[in-house]
Design a protein around this ligand. Structure first.
Ligand SMILES: NC(=O)c1ccc[n+]([C@@H]2O[C@H](COP(=O)([O-])OP(=O)(O)OC[C@H]3O[C@@H](n4cnc5c(N)ncnc54)[C@H](O)[C@@H]3O)[C@@H](O)[C@H]2O)c1
Length: 336
């Protein structure tokens, strides 16, 4: 059985055990052809929800959702969510996940990123208001910027440079969160904000501007090229395997009485980038060395979530260790 099928089976089992089901719900997923969005599509189609997947295919791929295109409970809408769209069909739940998310894209596509997270959030909140749909916004650990409090709780207000290269992403997510809270307060909309920390797994793209650290290291290691580490590699990130992340997001979306909440969903085990590079070299049996490059400006030095709120409110914590998640991801990269 391939890695994705096996992971979906594991995820479905976990959700069934927790009594979490989206059967017959009409769910709009923006960014549904991307990495996280396509995993949401997969599990929700599997649970017999009616999935409307909206994407402009800029950083996502049709390949990620093509196995659903002929299914009765799946509709693909090719559209740029920063432009108005009317959804006639009654919608029960909206996941607004459309946004480029790779640091290397912040440099190349800052305006599109700003628009997806501000105008796109406003437009999808309008759809939620029309249908009285539950609304889940994909926010990010980047709203904390270069956090001074580690592990970082949801109550930390952030240390962000609005003028820097990352400002388009960090500040548009912060603006998106403010839009969400405004609709929650002014229109009594049932909203939930998930602050996602670095997530990795099958379907991440390694090539070109997309290159996020885990898939970049894996593809470099598999081709025995040097792994490109920025700075000394002493900076840390906390990596969550994709099915752990999706489970946390779906728990946040499912339970009642969470309206207006914001929750960190991430792994609370911090990893140095240099250690990640060495682990990937070991797990791939690669002959790659490591090449050090200048640290990009405003790169956060440490990143680690305080997940006590997720544990308490959602009964969630990540269960897949980094080494195990990397093995699965490497296996998928080798087979794709
Ligand atoms: N993966 C992570 O580690 C991570 C961490 C924090 C936050 N997030 C957030 O989760 C969401 C999904 O991230 P991902 O990792 O799956 O990235 P991704 O790039 O794989 O997916 C984003 C999807 O959104 C689509 N998209 C972008 N702009 C659009 C627009 N204007 N209209 C319609 N579709 C558009 C892209 O084509 C792509 O399919 C993003 O909002 C991102 O900011 C992800």
């Amino acid at each position: 059985m391939d890695v994705i099928k096996k992971d979906l089976k594991e995820l479905k089992k976990r959700l069934d055990k927790a009594g979490i089901s989206f059967e017959d719900k009409i769910v709009l997923i923006t960014g549904g052809a991307g990495f996280l969005g396509s995993w949401l599509c997969d599990i929700l189609v599997e649970q017999n929800a009616k999935v409307l997947c909206l994407d402009n295919l800029l950083s996502g791929k049709l390949e990620n959702i093509k196995h659903h295109l002929n299914k009765e409970n799946f509709t693909f809408i090719e559209h740029d969510i920063s432009k108005p769209i009317d959804i006639d069909k009654k919608v029960d739940i909206i996941f607004h996940f459309a946004s480029r998310a790779s640091p290397l894209e912040f440099d190349k596509f800052p305006i599109q990123i700003l628009k997806a997270n501000t105008l796109g959030t406003w437009i999808t909140l309008g759809i939620a208001k029309k249908h009285r749909a539950r609304y889940i916004f994909a926010s990010t650990s980047e709203v904390y910027g270069d956090a001074q409090v580690i592990p970082t709780p949801e109550s930390y207000n952030g240390n962000v440079n609005p003028l820097g290269i990352r400002g388009c992403y960090d500040e548009s997510k912060r603006c998106g969160e403010a839009f969400v809270m405004a609709y929650h307060r002014q229109h009594s909309l049932d909203t939930r904000i998930v602050r996602i920390f670095n997530t990795y797994g099958p379907r991440m793209r390694a090539e070109g501007y997309y290159g996020r650290v885990v898939p970049r290291f894996i593809s470099q290691a598999l081709s025995n090229k040097p792994l490109t580490v920025f700075g000394t590699g002493e900076q840390t990130r906390s990596f969550t395997y994709v099915i752990d992340e999706i489970e946390g997001i779906l728990r946040l979306a499912f339970f009642d009485n969470l309206s207006g909440e914001v929750v960190n969903i991430g792994n609370n085990e911090e990893t140095k980038i240099i250690d990640l590079a060495n682990l990937i070299i070991k797990l791939t049996n690669s002959s790659s060395g490591i090449e050090f490059h200048p640290l990009p400006k405003d790169d956060p030095r440490r990143r680690c979530p305080d997940i006590s709120k997720a544990v308490k409110l959602l009964g969630w914590k990540p269960t897949i260790k980094l080494e195990e998640g990397l093995k699965r991801t490497i296996k998928w990269f080798k087979s794709s």
